[in-house]
Write a protein that binds this ligand. Structure first.
Ligand code: XMP
Length: 305
């Protein structure tokens, strides 16, 4: 474990030196990693930091409004790019191709915004496990990392590149970031798209966004899992009212983990699982069935794609 105070002062120095008088852009997702980077950089270079939040249309319920509220006091640029992302995803079903489509689109949007800001320097919230998994080729898209963005920037700064997630959370606490951010569950760069099997459409994302909000509402406060979410698996037959329907199958996933590299399914009492299932099928007309995922990582990954 790093010495948190020492880490903070060293990082601030590092960012100051690396940035000089240049403007620095970063993609701020509102997750703990990018939020810690934004807080460090704001201390180091003040208004020369330009955090950019890209609303990909693949975000969780209320996410954009939340970010606006929390980071309203720094010069946050909010970009509404949902239309562009769904365009890139049309007809794409292969999981890797989906990630690539999202990653490439993200870069294009981000570069456009960075260019508009006249920034030459990029700040990234890459953490240690990201580097290990990306180097091993396990993930093709990680935040903004692993993508060809260096071409436009003279410098890339990664202040938390050597930290594990629990260390990042400690730094978040020491920096005085809100508890909500400090204990934020990891949320993948490609967003809800890795929780929709097959083609990603607006309709499917709307369904999974609602189901996910129910899962988070039921599980986060009570169990504080590493991650919990809903995924959309496909269609199955069901009966709703007097009608047989072909409705969505939703998987509830909840895991405990130290660093995301391995994970165990959360033990949830059966009556609570039943309640979650009932809420999802009652609130979302197009859902016919809900299952609970009991897979550990390995062999399963945490996300579905
Ligand atoms: P997996 O699904 O590989 O996930 O077991 C391990 C951890 O990484 C997160 N994850 C991602 N994070 N971009 C990210 O920024 C991604 O493409 C990505 N894929 C997975 C996942 O939520 C879990 O915490």
């Amino acid at each position: 474990m790093v010495n948190t105070e020492k880490f903070i002062s060293q990082s601030i120095m590092e960012i100051k030196t690396a940035a000089g008088h240049d403007k620095v852009v970063m993609a701020l997702s509102g997750g703990v990693d990018s939020s810690v980077c934004a807080a460090l950089a704001a201390k180091a270079i003040g208004d020369n930091l330009i955090p950019i939040y890209i609303d990909t249309g693949l975000m969780r319920k209320g996410e954009t409004e939340r970010i606006r509220t929390i980071f309203g006091n720094i010069h946050l640029q909010i970009v509404d790019a949902g239309e562009e992302f769904f365009d890139s995803l049309r007809g794409v079903t292969d999981p890797e191709a989906k990630r690539k489509a999202i990653g490439e689109r993200f870069i294009r949007v981000f570069e456009r915004e960075a260019r508009n800001q006249g920034a030459r320097c990029l700040l990234q919230g890459t953490i240690y496990p990201d580097r290990i998994e990306s180097e091993g080729g396990i993930k093709s898209h990680h935040n903004v990392g692993g993508m060809p963005i260096e071409m436009e920037f003279t410098k890339v700064i990664e202040p938390i590149r050597d930290l594990y997630k629990d260390e990042v959370r400690e730094v978040a606490g020491a920096l005085g970031l809100p508890k909500e951010i400090q204990h934020r569950m990891p949320f993948p760069g490609p967003g809800l798209a890795v929780r929709v099997l097959g083609e990603v459409t607006r309709d499917k994302v709307a369904v999974i966004r609602e189901a996910n909000a129910i899962v988070e509402d039921e599980l986060i406060e009570k169990y504080r899992p590493w991650q919990c979410f809903a995924a959309l698996l496909g269609l199955g037959t069901g009966v709703k009212g007097d009608n047989r329907i072909h409705g969505w199958i939703i998987a509830v996933r909840a895991v405990n983990s130290r660093d995301g590299m391995t994970a165990d399914p959360l033990e949830i009492p059966f009556d609570h699982l039943m309640r979650i299932g009932s809420r999802i099928t009652a609130d979302i007309p197009s859902v016919a069935r809900v299952v609970y995922d009991i897979s550990a990582k390995p062999p399963a990954t945490i996300e579905y794609e």
